[in-house]
Design a protein around this ligand. Structure first.
Ligand SMILES: CC(C)(COP(=O)(O)OP(=O)(O)OC[C@H]1O[C@@H](n2cnc3c(N)ncnc32)[C@H](O)[C@@H]1OP(=O)(O)O)[C@@H](O)C(=O)NCCC(=O)NCCS
Length: 175
């Protein structure tokens, strides 16, 4: 029987399950300090969880931000994690699509991501060359820095993505 997938905002009581999820999805990387900071800033971040049979099997977080001093509201998609036992079932895609719709509904004009273009390209992300990441990226990551426009109203932007302090760690941008 097909099991039902629910995507909803994460809640304080989901924290332990989210921490366990990141430990499984990123066994070689400790993203927990960043994830804690992101979840501690709900006025700025949108955190969605994927739930199957009452278990949290996925999480995506968006940080709202802007490009230098320009007024256009933007967002950064990261991190995204799906439990290894639940991967390749469309859960990551459902989290991303649901998050993009939430950003559109909030009037956010542009979204950025640093990730594999083979994955994020399917959601409409394309390489971003005019707006830079907070730190210079390794040269072979140029095509991993991507964006997409969420409304036609956004004028072409250039500058650098201005993010909250917890993103201002060069180690998060250097692989
Ligand atoms: C990447 C990730 C979120 C995808 O979640 P998912 O629920 O498995 O994704 P979906 O089921 O929606 O999509 C699966 C498709 O994405 C592809 N895919 C998964 N990870 C990929 C990657 N890193 N690069 C390219 N394609 C990828 C799969 O091959 C599959 O392709 P298919 O539909 O043609 O078979 C999940 O694999 C994960 O958490 N990985 C570990 C953490 C990670 O790398 N996060 C992303 C950080 S940028």
């Amino acid at each position: 029987m097909e099991r039902e997938l629910e995507i909803r905002d994460s809640a304080t009581q989901d924290r332990a399950a989210i921490a366990a999820l990141y430990a499984r999805a990123f066994p070689d990387e400790d993203l927990l300090p960043l994830v804690r900071d992101l979840l501690d800033d709900p006025g700025v971040t949108i955190s969605l969880v994927a739930v199957v049979d009452s278990a949290i099997v996925g999480n995506v977080i968006f940080t709202t931000c802007h490009v230098d001093s320009i007024d256009t509201r933007a967002a950064l998609l990261a991190p995204l994690a799906v439990d290894p036992a639940s991967q390749r079932k469309g859960i990551g895609s459902a989290l991303v699509q649901c998050g993009l719709q939430r950003l559109r509904d909030a009037g956010i004009g542009m979204v950025f991501v640093l990730g594999d273009p083979a994955y994020y390209g399917r959601f409409g992300f394309r390489q971003e060359a005019s707006v830079g990441a907070p730190y210079p990226l390794p040269l072979d990551w140029a095509d991993a820095w991507q964006s997409q426009r969420l409304t036609d109203a956004v004028a072409p932007l250039s500058g650098k993505l201005a993010l909250p302090r917890y993103w201002l760690d060069p180690a998060l941008w250097s692989g």
